[in-house]
Design a protein around this ligand. Structure first.
Ligand code: KIV
Length: 262
């Protein structure tokens, strides 16, 4: 997968599948699957680091996760998420942060929002770095949005998301993540744009889907947004395996005869 394939899939009407990964072992599993590309999302702050929001993660931590994913999946197309504020610190410092993710092994970066980001996006693309936009529910703005809530409801809000999507495309973004917007708005945006629109909680009439891996695997049992589907009941399976292990350890049936050295 390259940026050219993103454009080709949009032209040919072939949906793009994207999934998050933050570490080498899951990246290796994804590389062995049919999934098209990997997002090293700043959701890592919540999913792996246990924070309530994505705000606490910084560029150095994100670069570490990108590098781990690259080691697990040397050939995948990897998008590195620019963390909170890392791209709002002036062109020079923002470019250093972008370079840090690219040097760690990303093929592209993603950033949230349009207003105030367009010059940086143009400069980044002109510098040879593909940029993925992110509109709708932008988790780094959770405090301004007043919570994790659906965006683009109502005529003016919908028109604003569409305007922002066009601004991002014009600034040079090669693709756009659209999160938690009503399906009809997402359909219009996807139809109006030449670049692929990758939805999460944005319905089916877009150019691809992204899910957090742990949601997809059913490992985040305590919180399940409406748009998440658990493709396996991972938490139940893992708990079962852990309890089987504990039972066999306490019963001295693990290790078995063939599971130790003579
Ligand atoms: O950080 C992330 O995982 C994301 C996706 C949910 C799109 O931005």
């Amino acid at each position: 997968m390259t940026v050219i394939d993103f454009a080709k899939k949009k032209r040919d009407g072939i949906p793009i599948s994207m999934v998050t990964s933050y570490d080498s072992w899951s990246a290796r599993l994804i590389a062995d699957s049919d999934v098209d590309c990997i997002l090293v999302g700043d959701s890592v702050a919540m999913i792996l680091h246990g924070h309530d929001t994505t705000l606490p993660i910084n560029t150095a931590q994100m670069a570490g996760h990108v590098a781990a994913v690259r080691r697990g999946s040397p050939k995948s197309f990897i998008i590195g998420d620019l963390p909170f504020m890392s791209f709002r610190v002036g062109i020079r410092k923002s470019m250093e942060n972008i370079a840090a993710l690219m040097r760690a092994g990303a093929n592209a970066v993603k950033l949230e929002g349009a207003a105030g980001n367009l010059d940086l996006i143009r400069h980044t693309v002109e510098s040879g770095v593909p940029v993925m936009g992110h509109l709708g529910l932008t988790p780094q703005s959770v405090n301004r949005l007043g919570g994790y809530r659906v965006q683009g409801r109502g005529e003016e809000a919908a028109a604003q998301v569409l305007r922002d999507a066009c601004f991002l495309q014009d600034a040079g973004c090669f693709a756009l993540v659209l999160e938690a917007v009503p399906g009809d708005i997402a359909r219009t945006i996807s139809a109006d744009l030449d670049i692929p629109v990758i939805g999460i909680g944005a319905g089916v009439d877009v150019d691809g889907q992204v899910l957090v891996l742990q949601d997809l695997l059913g490992l985040t049992a305590d919180f399940k947004p409406k748009f998440v589907r658990n493709f396996i009941e991972g938490a139940t399976l893992v708990k079962g395996a852990l309890n089987d292990y504990h039972r066999e350890v306490t019963a001295r049936t693990f290790p078995g005869e063939k599971e130790w050295y003579e």
